[in-house]
Write a protein that binds this ligand. Sequence first.
Ligand code: HEM
Length: 447
Amino acid sequence: KNLPPGKTGWPVIGESIEYLGAGWKGRPEKFIFDRMSNYSSYIFKTNLMLQPTVVFCGAPAHKFLFANENKLIQSWWPSSVDKIFPSSTQTSSKEEAIKMRKMLPNFFKPEALQRYIGIMDTIAHQHFAANWDNKDMIVVVYPLTQRYTFWIACRLFLSIEDPKEVDRFLERFKVLSEGLVSIPVDFPGTPFHGSIKASEYIRKEFLMRIIKQRKIDLAEGKASPTQDILSHMLLTADEDGKFMKEVDIADKILGLLIGGHDTASSACAFIVKYLAELPHIYQGVYKEQMDIAKSKGPGELLNWEDIQKMKLSWNVACEVLRLAPPVQGAFRDVLTDFMYEGFYIPKGWKIYWSTHSTHKNPEYFLEPYKFDPSRFDGRGPVPYTFVPFGGGPRMCPGKEYARLEILVFMHNLVKKFKWEKLIPDEKIVVNPMPIPEKGLPIQLFPY
Ligand code: HEM
């Protein structure tokens, strides 16, 4: 049978090491481009995460995959992810994903999102005052953007208000994320082992304690049914009148935290990096945000209309997501044998789609390494070429929420500071999100 070109690497581990990189700090972009130029610019075979895998590259391939979700293919996560959180939306379990998908529109519908803007803005004020203003005006950005997005999620998902509690939770959470996309060796000391332990603690102890207390508070009228995602999950029954089990709620909330946390933190950190490197882009964003700031009364929070005015800022954020996409790509399981472009794709193999195959492809983006936010003016890039949030039925449900928290972050940041990078050529590592190796230390210059 005519399998796609490519090699499957070492016995058992295949090319996972090349993909994830030594020390789990990989260069997925190089992996994809090397093989696109060695084998074929639209398809090649390999072996990743212990699975024979075909990588689909380019806009037509993305279109094909997104259109065939749940027909020829279905979302699949490496067994490592299934083990770290057994029944949540991030796993391959289709039923759980469907349940989650049905519930999500309530959290991410426009009325709900509009309510979140003021809360995000309040948290941003407190976050910048508590963490960025210091004597030397030197900060390391990535841990701070992690704090910012985690604080927002803790508030909107669980009504955790105390920053110290948020920080304690974040420490455990970081251990979990680090082993999420790793070689699944469950042995003390490996990232995978740490991740399983952290997940058990978060799901079975930390979240369970909050869920039980919330049930009591709701029964006694001390908590509001609409105050956050947790109340909503506890009080919403499915079509058969059944309420979700506590363990499932813990898993779902963890799934949302995983989906939304490191992704948005990485995006915010790269925005800081690019704005430091490109003063003319910073000036444009500064002007746009100051016009909005000047139109507000003292203490007045950002609202939906303000967000709509942040056109250039969002173009800049999109260009950052194109050049440094937080999600490298995702896997699919092949449900039935099929042919693609004359190549045989066997049932049971995995498919991987990669943001890089289009984002930095000169066929779709002229001078792909040039930072040019005007690419997003008007109708923007050609469909299926700009895919930081994926596409089709499994497209990121948190896209609009992410847009809001990123724009609120940019507004509060440029209003307060200019900055310079302290390590001019800081290396970028991918673990599994891209991050500057030393976390992006910067010198701040407050206004
Ligand atoms: C810049 C920020 C973000 C990026 C780049 C991003 C990217 C993605 C991508 C590419 C996928 C699809 C993966 C696939 O094709 O299988 C995805 C799925 C998902 N995202 Fe996001 N995401 C972001 C923020 C968020 C936020 C803020 C949340 C939640 C509040 C979230 C929750 C999820 C969930 C639950 C899924 C799984 C959906 C499913 O499998 O049906 N994401 N995200």
